[in-house]
Design a protein around this ligand. Structure first.
Ligand SMILES: Nc1ncnc2c1ncn2[C@@H]1O[C@H](COP(=O)(O)OP(=O)(O)OP(=O)(O)O)[C@@H](O)[C@H]1O
Ligand SMILES: [Mg+2]
Length: 386
């Protein structure tokens, strides 16, 4: 294969000469690990990144690999060095196209290692799950935030890529997702609303925080004015960028209608309406679903999830069959009630799947996610009357 005109970015300085001999005709650039920049990786991605582990500290190399991993399409990366730390190699292997080359090596060795990484790949089949799943409660406290978190974590477990799932809490005034996960709420959406056209992958990175359960989180700090100061354009743009960067996005959507609500819903591939098993909640879910169907006839069909299913020991609660009658449609899934697991996880900070992996909630959410991945929603699908 010819390397002529292909761009190779070397992190470190020691390898430039050897790389020029190994990769004949390639355009070689060098940069320090600390200066690797997420924005230029997106706008002007090199054909290969060659990291010389001997040229920087393990921390700096680790940070450079993390920056590469956050790029929407991480460039092929070859890490070279002697006695490479396992942690670095593991981080590298999470990149979609990467390899290691143990020093010392010859120009031929480098050429052989670079070739398969730089061979153009057929575009990956997007046999993937739906890209954006939105969760909305039919009534307050139905469990939308809890299920959005657990769904995001279950999706992250099932997706292979380095940037798997981003949970976006659009309850921008007083969302609870960050508190439930004990993760920072860094999304400054009202400030970004002043120049929404500047919302890009780099800004998204600045807003994102890592949350337990293998997911990233976009959530805002409490701000009672946020709905007035945040523009619909900013909300839709952050969602758009997140959908480009992540394999899947899960949105915890506010229950009350905002100017941008219908756009968020119509841009979603799955729309889960969470209800509990009380008559008022079921009636609210039925109205909300009917309302959405009427307003978005070509949008994702609302699918109802019944949360906190319990044995009928606490008085007369509707059964699943009775609930579906009240809803006048089938529910896509039911989630068992487990107050201990839900409360303990919220108190400890983190998903139930982490703190109480054996809870029925985790199994039920996993089954629901498997079902949704196996049969994605068909836009404009008419609800099946139960
Ligand atoms: N399956 C479940 N079993 C037991 N408790 C649950 C379950 N799902 C949620 N909860 C609990 O119910 C309460 C409300 O849940 P959550 O905050 O997720 O609801 P919400 O619909 O997001 O509420 P809000 O309307 O305030 O946004 C929390 O205490 C949560 O731990
Ligand atoms: Mg909530």
């Amino acid at each position: 294969m010819s390397f002529t005109g292909r761009r190779v970015l070397i992190i470190g300085t020691g390898l430039a000469e050897l790389a020029a001999r190994a990769l004949d005709g390639a355009v070689i650039e060098t940069a320090a690990a600390e200066t690797l920049n997420g924005r230029s990786l997106q706008t002007d991605p090199p054909d290969l990144v060659l990291i010389d582990a001997a040229g920087a500290s393990a921390e700096a190399v680790g940070a450079a690999i993390a920056t590469l991993g956050r790029a929407p399409t991480p460039p092929p990366t070859l890490l070279v060095g002697e006695h490479l730390p396992v942690a670095l190699v593991r981080a590298l292997m999470r990149l979609p196209r990467s390899d290691v080359l143990e020093a010392p090596f010859s120009p031929e060795d480098l050429c052989q290692a670079a070739q398969p990484l730089m061979t153009p790949q057929p575009a990956p089949m997007h046999n993937a799950p739906s890209r954006c799943w939105t969760v909305m409660g039919a009534v307050g406290g139905a469990g939308a935030t809890t299920l959005a978190i657990e769904t995001a974590c279950a999706l992250a477990e099932r997706l292979p890529g380095p940037r798997r799932v981003c949970l976006i809490d659009l309850n921008i005034a007083d969302g609870a997702a960050a508190a439930y996960l004990a993760a920072p709420a860094n999304m400054l959406l009202s400030r970004a609303s002043q120049a929404p056209e500047r919302i890009d992958a780099a800004l998204l990175d600045a807003f994102v925080s890592q949350a337990p359960g293998g997911i990233d989180l976009l959530a805002s700090a409490r701000d009672c004015h946020a709905f007035d100061t945040t523009s619909g354009e900013a909300v839709l743009r952050i969602l758009d960028v997140a959908c480009q960067v992540y394999d899947a996005v899960v949105v915890d959507a506010p229950r009350h209608r905002r100017a941008w609500t219908l756009d968020v819903l119509s841009g979603s591939d799955e729309l889960l309406v969470v209800s509990e098993l009380t008559v008022p909640a079921l009636l609210a879910a039925r109205s909300l679903a009917a309302e959405i169907e009427a307003e978005l006839p070509d949008g994702p069909p609302p699918r109802i999830v019944l949360n906190r299913l319990a044995k009928r020991v606490f008085g007369p609660a509707p059964s699943m069959v009775e609930a579906e009658k009240a809803l006048q449609r089938r529910a896509i899934g039911g989630i068992t009630s487990d107050w201990e697991a839900a409360a303990a996880s919220a108190n400890l900070g983190g998903p139930i799947s982490q703190h109480r992996p054996k809870s029925r909630i985790v199994k039920d959410v996993g089954d629901l996610v498997d079902r949704l991945m196996a049969s994605p929603a068909v836009r404009g699908d008419v609800a099946r009357v139960a």
